[in-house]
Write a protein that binds this ligand. Structure first.
Ligand code: ADP
Ligand code: MG
Length: 697
């Protein structure tokens, strides 16, 4: 196959291919669209479409699809072949500019949260030329945005692009104030660290819970879990190594910069991180990565689990979002600079983020809210549901010195005067110290650690918008200031004073922190999805998001509906799966074993009537008590599910699920898991946690 540099991006219609296959004027015109969002002329679109089709056909493609990200959380595609009949009875391969630019999937079954009544089911997909087309399964995939005919966003990409534009607009205003006139555009970048589990396909197939819900709903604790910490960064097993190698090839061919891979904390858990790139592209790449992770696993007789919490009692999976803001001239605005002026600019952007995270804690929590992620946040393995920022002791001390106008007690004492002093050198925090923080500054970027492993990176919409809002407030004030430097200094001081409650450098897993955060600092603690989602419609949030043109109010309402619907459906499927498993497999297995134990005792007594058979008697009593309890808990769970029909709206339903269904699921699990520990292995219908977690050699 040659070296990586030979085949990297070989399945991508990237800049190299565009240059080689398009005429100079067409290429220039397309570039302008990509870089500056200029409108694309139909003649140019036709030329691009033809070049794309010829290239794709030469690479074995027969079909094309508009590839989009509806609110289901996964990607969607509807394949059309390039064929068109020719008069001589044969076919020619055709693809027009019109087909490239716009598609009309029959989208009536995608969630729209009431935005699009089914009788006007037509949504349309619109080409996003900023994300390169690529080939997958003999199909040319064209990244697109998905909207209703009224123009409302029905996907994650549209508001993401809008939020990036909002941040760009406000950041440019700030940069102009600092005299940076040559910057044309500011973009956010993301490097996502993706966690996942690998288990064998054979075992997966034997677990209805994994097949229907992506997580185990039963399972006794294995004798060995993650307590030895011997998996983290451990030697990768040969079968996993082969998987990772093939996955890398598939990703590289599609231009995805897969870079780092290692074992994670839990057994069978691994991580993959690409090199960071523009958020829009990183989002598309991450969606494609998650899909390829699962496809390649299947080829290796494995299953890749992307659920946030596949195994109770074992660390779940997240997706650390390394986020930064940079100019098209290559300046990272979250990197402390070399000159006093650059430092002042850095501090202003830093403050904008601090203010944004404090003012919109709720939106950040909302951005990552799913039924799956609720199992992680606050469970002493992932950041708490309380949002806070880790800055590290040194940078915190710098801010404190600025706020109090006192000398910074660094290596040498310096009075921190903005625009005069260079920031003292503070160490970049590369340790695991900040593991417990939901939002950690790591020297030149923030690591947003609350995302669940299956979340789309598009959830950065909220972060981007909130930062745009801070920057707007700053720009409004600074543009009017008579003395820029004084105004700047005052504003930075004010931000530190008003928002320092959000800064926390300690251990986020500690219960005392949660108390301090909520009781003393007044920070929000939305533990579950039903707790936080209604706040997306709070006036302050609606005002902010609509004022930057990121969402319309109708779009926010639809997202409120869809997120809660998704939550309810997910948990109801889990509950039904539990009922089914407990009734048709677990209870019968325990019963069969109990019967055989009873038969054994009777047989022994027949031979030696004086035997007490204490072991059998006690075991039978325990198992019978457990089957009774299982039967009772199944009934209670079913009652809780029936009760849901009484809920008046989706908000009430989600609360009933949180308060009644989920607790009953927990109660049903207990006797089942205990029965597993008392039942002979050969009777148990499912592979155990030990089998699943240590099954891949
Ligand atoms: P670690 O977290 O192990 O110290 P890094 O922080 O270097 O490792 O990398 C983690 C992820 O952060 C990678 O995807 C990397 O490309 C990304 N990253 C590094 N620098 C930036 C940046 N300036 N902006 C966004 N992401 C970045
Ligand atoms: Mg990291």
């Amino acid at each position: 196959m040659g070296t990586v540099s030979d085949y990297f991006g070989s399945l991508v219609f990237d800049d190299r291919v565009m240059k080689a296959t398009l005429s100079a004027p067409v290429y220039q015109s397309l570039k302008k669209t990509i870089d500056e969002g200029a409108k694309l002329d139909i003649s140019v679109a036709n030329a691009v479409a033809t070049a794309m089709k010829d290239w794709a056909v030469a690479h074995g493609a027969t079909h094309y699809t508009h590839w989009f990200q509806p609110l289901t959380g996964i990607t969607a595609e509807k394949h059309d072949s390039f064929i068109s009949p020719s008069p001589d009875g044969g076919v020619v391969m055709e693809f027009s500019g019109k087909e490239l630019i716009k598609g009309e999937p029959d989208a009536s079954s995608f969630p729209s949260g009431g935005l699009r009544a089914t009788f006007e089911a037509r949504g349309y997909t619109a080409w996003d030329p900023t994300s390169y087309a690529f080939i997958k399964d003999k199909t040319l995939c064209i990244p697109t945005a998905f909207c209703s005919y009224g123009g409302e966003a029905l996907d994650k990409k549209t508001p993401l692009l809008r939020s990036m534009e909002a941040l760009n607009k406000q950041a440019l205003r700030i940069l102009r104030l600092f005299g940076n006139d040559n910057v044309k555009c500011v973009r956010t970048s993301v490097g996502p660290e993706q966690e996942y589990f690998l288990i064998t396909k054979e075992m997966y197939d034997r677990r209805p819970d994994l097949r229907f819900t992506g997580r185990t709903l039963f399972g006794a604790k294995p004798p060995k879990g993650q307590e030895m910490d011997d998996h983290y960064f451990g030697v990768v097993k040969p079968r996993v190594a082969a998987y990772m190698a093939e996955l890398n090839d598939e990703l590289w061919k599609r231009g995805i910069l897969a870079k780092t891979e290692h074992n994670e904390v839990a057994p069978a858990q691994h991580e993959l991180a690409p090199i960071y790139t523009t958020t829009n592209i990183a989002t598309d790449h991450n969606q494609l990565t998650m899909e390829l992770m699962q496809k390649v696993a299947a080829k290796h007789g494995l299953v890749c689990l992307l659920h946030e919490k596949p195994f109770a009692g074992v660390n779940g999976s997240g997706k650390h979002n390394n986020w930064s803001i940079a100019t098209d001239t290559g300046v990272n605005l979250l990197s402390p600079g070399e000159t006093p002026y650059e430092n002042a600019q850095f501090l202003l952007f830093l403050c904008a983020v601090i203010k944004a995270v404090d003012d919109y804690q709720d939106l950040l929590r909302i951005a990552v809210a799913t039924a799956g992620n609720d199992h992680r946040l606050g469970a002493n393995e992932a950041p708490p549901a309380v949002v806070s920022i880790f800055l590290g002791d040194e940078l915190s001390a710098v801010l404190e010195a600025i706020e109090n106008d006192t000398p910074y007690q660094g290596a040498e004492k310096t009075q921190m005067k903005l625009g005069v002093n260079v920031l003292p050198k503070f160490n970049r925090d590369t340790t695991d110290r900040n593991r417990t923080s939901p939002f950690a500054f790591t020297g030149n970027k923030f690591e947003f650690r609350m995302l669940g492993s299956s979340n789309s990176i598009a959830c950065d919409i909220m972060l981007n918008s909130a930062v745009a809002e801070s920057l707007k407030i700053y720009a409004d004030r600074l543009e009017k200031a008579e003395d820029f430097e004084t105004a700047l200094h005052d504003m930075i001081c004010k931000t530190i004073r008003d928002h320092k409650r959000i800064i926390f450098n300690g251990n986020g897993y500690d219960d005392t922190w949660i108390r301090e955060a909520t009781e003393k600092r007044g920070l929000l603690n939305y533990r579950t999805t039903p707790d936080c989602i209604p706040h997306v419609l709070d006036k302050k949030n609606v005002n902010m998001l609509t004022s930057h043109g990121v969402f319309s109010e109708a779009e926010l309402r639809s997202r409120y509906e869809i997120t809660l619907e998704n939550y309810c459906k997910t948990v109801v499927i889990e509950a039904n799966t539990m009922v089914d498993m407990a009734r048709t497999q677990i209870a019968p297995a325990v019963e069969a074993y109990t019967m055989d134990v009873a038969k054994a005792a009777a047989a022994k007594k027949a031979v030696a009537p004086s035997l007490a058979c204490t072991y059998e008697t006690e075991l039978i009593q325990k198992l019978s008590a457990l089957t009774d309890s299982i039967a009772m808990k199944v009934e209670e769970l079913q009652d809780a599910l029936l009760e849901l029909q009484k809920a008046e709206d989706i908000g009430a339903e989600s609360e009933a699920i949180r308060d009644r269904v989920l607790p009953k699921m927990g109660e049903l699990r207990l006797p089942c898991d205990e029965a597993e520990t008392l039942t002979a292995k050969s009777y148990w219908p499912y592979p155990s946690y030990g089998d699943l977690l240590f099954g891949v050699k």
